[in-house]
Design a protein around this ligand. Structure first.
Ligand code: NAI
Length: 462
């Protein structure tokens, strides 16, 4: 029986980061992963391959929309789907191999196979049993479907199937206007697919700043996506040529159907913890299938910890990574900590959408006094030069103290811009701190500074 200080189950962003950090801090670490490659959902069938397709199709869209405006004539690329898939696979492989290299560099053992926990302190992989002082569950999540909707990953697909369709379909119905639905819907709309998004709520991207959501929907509609809001999908039935989606409109209970070649089910994900033996161990579970943990990621079983999508909180790779680092530090006698108030969220469409901290809607509900500084990218020279002047930065600060409470951006490179606000929030900065910081010209980040200026005496270019 091999003995380890820590065994981590799952090599996604939570698990592999926890392993590397624990090894760096002097622990003998193993990671159990049954997939052929490391990196979990994110690297293999999630964040990374979708970004490759988003990048390729964004460039395609640019050639059609903007090249001639810039005097670049005659560009009319056609899509070689097999080549685009191969490019995507290369990107994935480069990253998964990178994790393998990091494991070797940090002397992390990869136990290949699927783990069970027969008793506390032991992990079984295949026929072998290994012991560890600590075990960390980092098994992530899986797509959650609806009753009446059967996934076959060919015609009725989750994000996994949507990344490897045989060819771009003529039509696609996307169920759910969340992150996956809008990112993958954008990819296929740019490839010429007629995309209709059916969403239960009355707005897209639930939980997001309402003004951003409205602008986002308007821009996506201009890009060719159709939306049916306030519609609860009842069932999906396969047909000879595709599938029929039946939904009920909430406002009048009327029923309607939509036919499409492909149906993408993007109605959320659920923790993936089956098969580990948690029930037999008596592990306490939380709501929606999550493993219940305390502030130090400990379950009710001594020596058993859990992080990432398997526990409460937003299902985001970077949240899992932060928890991975924190749990490794805690298990090494240090003080790991995650600031849940400053976890950014990004949607990688064009334009990108990013947010951190509180929305106006949340602050109203909390009855907190706040002020808003808003700046449109129309006033940003750099954004105008690249045809991305739609959208805005909205910075929210405490009315009395000027402390930054949140930021919501829709516009070019929003997913990168948000991080200067994250850093500012980590340091407890005021809007004025950002406003007084010199920002290079011409950059998109000037829009963030202008929003901060708008929280005070006013933006210059608006
Ligand atoms: P989501 O929770 O973001 O959105 C699901 C949507 O489906 C909601 O708007 C919900 O109202 C709607 N819905 C649920 N049932 C419905 C029904 N019967 N009919 C119509 N609409 C219905 O879930 P999504 O997009 O599947 O993403 C799963 C997780 O993966 C999320 O936690 C997300 O944050 C994460 N993710 C993050 C990415 C990023 O950070 N860029 C990219 C992809 C996924």
């Amino acid at each position: 029986m091999a003995e380890f200080d820590t065994i981590i189950i799952g090599a996604g962003p939570g698990g592999y980061v926890a392993a590397i950090r624990a090894a760096q801090l002097g622990q003998k670490v193993a990671v159990v992963e049954g997939r052929e490659t490391l990196g979990g959902t994110c690297l293999n069938v999630g964040c990374i391959p979708s970004k490759a397709l988003l990048h390729a199709t964004h460039l395609l869209h640019e050639t059609h929309e903007n090249f001639e405006k810039m005097g670049l004539m005659g560009a009319n690329p056609t899509v070689d789907w097999a080549k685009m898939q191969a490019y995507k696979a290369d990107v994935v492989q480069g990253n998964t191999k990178g994790i393998e290299f990091l494991f070797k560099k940090n002397k992390v053992t990869w136990l290949k196979g699927w783990a069970t926990i027969p008793v506390p302190g032991q992990v079984k992989v295949g026929e072998e049993t290994h012991s560890a002082k600590n075990i960390v569950i980092a098994t992530g999540s899986e797509a959650s479907s609806r009753p009446g909707v059967e996934i076959d990953e060919q015609t009725v697909v989750t994000s996994t199937g949507a990344l490897t369709l045989a060819k771009p379909p003529k039509s696609m119905v996307v169920i759910g206007a969340g992150v996956i639905g809008l990112e993958m819907g954008s990819v296929y709309a740019r490839l010429g697919t007629q995309v209709t998004v059916v969403e239960y709520l009355d707005a897209i991207t639930p939980g997001m700043d309402a003004e951003v959501a409205k602008t986002f929907q308007r821009i996506l509609t201009k890009q060719g996506l159709k939306f049916v809001l306030g519609a609860a999908v009842q069932s999906v039935k396969k047909t000879k040529t595709g599938a029929t989606v039946s939904y009920k409109l909430k406002k009048n209970d009327s029923e309607a159907t939509l036919d499409a070649d492909i149906v993408l089910v993007a109605t959320g994900r659920k923790p993936y913890t089956q098969g580990l033996g948690l029930e037999a161990l008596g592990v306490e579970m939380g709501p929606r299938g999550t493993v219940k943990t305390d502030a130090h990621f400990a379950t009710n079983i001594p020596g058993l910890y859990a992080i990432g999508d398997a526990i409460a909180g937003p299902m985001l790779a970077h949240k899992a990574e932060d928890e991975g680092m924190a749990v490794a530090e805690i298990l090494s006698g240090k003080h790991g900590h995650v600031n849940y108030g400053v976890i950014p969220g990004v949607i990688y469409t064009t334009p990108e959408v990013a947010s951190v901290g509180k929305t106006e809607e949340q602050l109203k509900e909390e009855g907190r006094a706040y002020k808003v500084g808003k700046f449109p990218f129309m006033g940003n020279a750099r954004a105008k030069a690249v045809f991305q002047a739609e959208g805005f930065v909205k910075l929210i600060a405490d009315k009395e103290t000027d402390r930054i409470l949140g930021c919501h951006i829709i516009g070019p490179a929003a997913g990168d811009l948000i991080h200067e606000v994250c850093v500012a929030m980590e340091f407890g900065a005021s809007a004025q701190d950002l406003a007084l910081t010199c920002h290079a010209h011409p950059t998109y980040s000037e829009a963030v500074r202008e929003a901060a200026l708008a929280c005070g005496d006013g933006a210059i270019h608006a």
